[in-house]
Design a protein around this ligand. Structure first.
Ligand code: ADP
Ligand code: TMP
Length: 238
């Protein structure tokens, strides 16, 4: 498949057209950003780990009955995906309190929640991705009721599957962000990526952060954390 025009360059990925109008090529970049790109860095190898990890997780979810936009990994930094119209909503699922939840509401850090918390944020960098309610999404036309129902159902199912998977690898899935889009038939499909950029992972034994929090909080050895997640999933050293 031939790579076509660059459609969009984001903070972590580039999206290219292909010869098939329904298929996009994703290129994962080595850029790391945090706090709405106020903090930036380049890290050789990061794009490769996110490509490998995200492809692995989307394939695993497909085996467990959760379809997504993911079609195929081409090489270390490229994937083919179904083109969707991304809903302007970022869905965050939380199992343990941390991050902006604690900063926003003043609740204690590291509390295990009695059940998963599902939050919606408006996907709008200029506004700093504000927290929104379901009613905002409905009233302003960002998603329809049946889409919201399906997004919530899928997000909770992804949480159950990934919590079990990561626990079996000695990792606690603390929280994560998902994106969804409409495919050419109007069906809502899980999209974007699932990686240490978009999830919080804590080592079950030591509590060590194995995700982008190492970059956000200047904890050091960011790439080592991404490598460790890939190693625990795939059994591969590199
Ligand atoms: P950002 O836009 O936040 O800087 P990225 O650098 O990850 O993020 O850019 C990837 C962009 O592509 C995101 O805006 C994401 O919503 C979008 N996207 C992800 N999957 C698809 C898809 N299957 N079809 C169309 N757009 C997608
Ligand atoms: P938060 O505590 O900073 O709101 O993050 C919650 C989860 O969402 C965490 O796993 C990181 C992920 N996330 C993204 O993937 N992209 C973002 O822009 C933000 C703010 C969080």
């Amino acid at each position: 498949m031939e790579t076509g025009k660059l459609l969009y360059e984001g903070k972590a990925k580039k999206m290219y057209e292909t010869s098939d109008p329904d298929i996009l090529l994703i290129e994962y970049k080595n850029s790391l950003t945090a706090f709405n790109a106020q903090k930036k860095a380049e890290m050789e190898g990061k794009g490769r780990y996110n490509t490998l990890i995200s492809a692995w997780l989307f394939s695993y979810l497909a085996e467990k009955g959760i379809p997504s936009h993911f079609l195929k990994r081409l090489d270390d930094t490229h994937q083919l995906v179904k083109k969707v119209q991304i809903l302007p909503i970022e869905v965050v699922v939380r199992n343990i309190t941390t991050g902006t939840l604690c900063r926003r509401l003043g609740v204690t850090e590291g509390m295990k929640l009695p059940r998963p918390l599902v939050e919606f944020y408006l996907k709008d960098d200029a506004l700093g991705d504000p927290l929104i309610t379901e009613d905002h999404a409905l009233l302003f036309g960002w998603a329809k009721q049946d889409e919201i129902d399906s997004i919530k159902r899928t997000s909770l199912a992804v949480n159950e599957i990934l919590q079990d998977l990561f626990l079996s690898k000695g990792i606690v899935l603390v929280d994560f962000k998902l994106e969804f889009g409409r495919d050419s038939s109007g069906n809502v499909l899980l999209a974007d990526e699932i990686s240490p950029d978009t999830c919080r992972f804590w080592d079950s034994q030591t509590g060590k952060s194995l995700d982008k929090d190492r970059f956000r909080k200047d904890l050091g050895d960011v790439l080592g954390a991404y490598r460790e997640i890939w190693k625990r999933l795939s059994g591969k050293e590199e």
